[in-house]
Design a protein around this ligand. Structure first.
Ligand code: NAP
Length: 529
């Protein structure tokens, strides 16, 4: 398809600004056509007013119609074919094989949410039937379910242009819930964003849902994002990116006359704990999985294992030798954009220069001026990492630090000092888990997901997934941004007391026409109430 460099506002193609920005080929820095118009304040207002005006029709649409919308978006994205993958490859530098797999994940995610809608129990209907005869006071009839929040502003992430981008998990959850969406596309891949946005518009047209339910705005500056968060029609915000960006949007939302939730996923160091039983049995095998996880996607994952804590034991030496060897054998690879590459490079050199840190493995250096990352693994001790707080910060790219702990008390102290994390991983035997139970108990308080004998990268999109965690991993530890439970970010409960049956939403009426699971007088059932 021909790219226009313009916004999609409701059903319109729009561009009224005089200023433009241009994406670049990630690998070479060459400018990529077309130039993209920056969204103006009037366009922000138009997109959000349109979203607001479409809300009643979208939330009132049958679940089956919204499921059909998601299936059609998936079909449209597949129909974009290689052109989508090729544009995404140019803009992000991600290899075509990775983008093909990511498209599969994006499409499966849409179909999973379509299934969730068709099944219907996600609205969490609860019914407490009234007991007028109860003594000393009658019990009122009380019923509650989840309803959509309203227009949602989504920030497309740079590192998953398809699965967390313009039509990624956030947009899909919001549309599934019945919320209109206004996306700020990531400025590093506007062409990919435009193609995806067009797919949503075609699917909306085909289902007869209001075109104003979806808009995509482009811009390369903080003002656009802040204007979207501050707009009175915005009811919630979803973001994946840096701590600085997520926090700025969170603060802007909190400073509104009517604060709104910002669900920001901002990454973490995802500590991995190597326990003695596992080190003894399979140090080399763990090292292989570890280096694979550190370098996967050029380390540009919020679940990248940035810190490893290993107990001093003969197995740890074997692990370090193997990890060093494997890191030496890796090759530099293209990063998502020049800003990410510069930040990574500076962070890598700062770690390498820190007293008490030694490099145990490092790939060849990238060619001068290339938007590429060298991968590296470092080793240090608990005292150094305590004295040098920058070592505990996320380094977004293919680098990781192994902390050699003398005893488990040092590991537990590190775990206790952790800020909120998306994940923590334990490599051990079942006996290790019993022996080091205290460590597990501490980690439960710090993370959203605990992984045993695996690696945190490669998140399964499923009902039980929790991709979240205490601040600063996210701005709200209650919610996941991946998996079907992510829909809960864009809904809220509403309770009806004493309403006549016919005036209730269908999910709360006595007759359970959709045969969904409901909690009726404290029992889960699909029967009528
Ligand atoms: P980013 O800088 O956080 O930007 C993400 C989006 O937020 C962009 O649309 C950006 O718009 C906007 N934004 C950023 N700061 C803002 C602010 N102060 N006010 C308003 N809007 C703001 O993320 P990035 O470009 O993807 O990469 C930069 C760094 O983010 C990486 O080095 C990495 O540390 C982190 N990151 C984390 C994850 C994760 O999964 N948690 C993913 C990707 C990146 P403009 O650029 O147009 O202002």
């Amino acid at each position: 398809m021909e790219l226009r460099g313009k916004h999609l506002i409701g059903g319109r193609i729009a561009a009224e600004a005089s200023t433009t920005f241009q994406a670049a080929v990630a690998a070479t820095g060459e400018p990529l056509d077309p130039p993209y118009y920056e969204a103006t304040a009037a366009e922000v207002d138009s997109a959000l007013r349109g979203a607001e005006s479409s809300f009643d029709a979208l939330r009132g649409s049958a679940h089956e119609v919204r499921a059909d919308l998601l299936d059609r978006i998936a079909d449209q994205i597949v129909a974009l074919g290689d052109a989508l993958l090729e544009r995404a490859h140019l803009e992000t530098g991600l290899p075509l094989a990775r983008l093909t797999a990511e498209r599969g994940r994006a499409v499966n995610q849409m179909r999973l949410f379509a299934e969730l809608l068709r099944e219907g129990s996600w609205v969490e209907a609860r019914i407490d039937r009234g007991q007028p005869e109860r003594q000393p006071l009658p019990k009122p009839d009380v019923r509650r379910m989840l309803i959509p929040l309203g227009p949602i502003v989504v920030f497309g992430a740079s590192n998953f242009p398809l699965a967390i981008g313009v039509v990624g998990t956030d947009t899909v959850c919001a549309l599934a819930a019945g919320c209109p969406v206004v996306v700020k596309g990531h400025p590093a891949h506007p062409g990919t964003g435009e193609m995806l946005g067009t797919a949503v518009h075609s699917a909306l047209e085909a289902t007869g849902l209001p075109l104003e339910s979806f808009s995509l705005l482009h811009g390369a500056g903080h003002e656009l994002g802040l204007a979207l968060v501050r707009h009175p029609a915005t009811r919630a915000v979803a973001f994946t990116g840096s701590l600085r960006g997520g926090r700025a949007l969170y603060d802007a939302a909190a400073a509104r006359p009517d604060p709104i939730p910002v669900y920001a996923e901002m990454g973490s160091t995802n500590p991995v704990f190597l326990l003695p039983g596992a080190l003894e049995q399979r140090a080399e095998q763990i090292a292989e999985g570890y280096i694979g996880s550190v370098t996967m996607g050029v380390g540009q994952f919020c679940t990248n294992p940035g810190i490893v804590l290993g107990l001093e034991a003969p197995g740890l030496g074997r692990f370090l030798d193997a990890a060093g060897r494997l890191a030496n054998a890796t090759t530099p690879a293209t990063m998502l954009h020049a800003g990410i590459q510069r930040t990574f490079d500076a962070g890598l050199e700062r770690v390498a220069r820190t007293k008490g840190v030694r490099t145990i493995g490092r790939s060849a250096e990238p060619a001068a001026g290339a938007c590429q990352a060298a991968s590296a693994v470092f080793a240090t001790d608990p005292q150094t990492i305590e004295a040098e707080p920058h070592l505990k910060e996320e380094l977004f790219g293919p680098a990781s630090i192994v902390v050699q702990c003398r005893d488990v008390a040092e590991m537990v102290r590190y775990a206790e000092s952790l800020e909120g994390q998306l994940t923590a991983t334990l490599h051990g035997t079942e006996e290790d888990l019993r022996t080091y139970e205290r460590l597990v108990r501490v980690l439960e308080r710090k993370v959203g997901r605990l992984v045993f004998n695996g690696f945190p990268t490669g998140i399964e999109v499923c009902a039980a997934m929790h991709h979240g965690g205490p601040y600063p991993a996210t701005t709200d530890p209650h919610f996941t941004s991946i998996g079907t439970a992510a829909i809960h970010r864009f809904v809220r409960p509403v309770c009806y007391q004493g309403f006549p049956d016919a005036a209730l939403p269908p999910e709360l009426r006595n007759r359970n026409a959709r045969r969904i699971w409901r909690l009726v007088d404290n029992q889960f059932t699909k029967e009528d109430a």
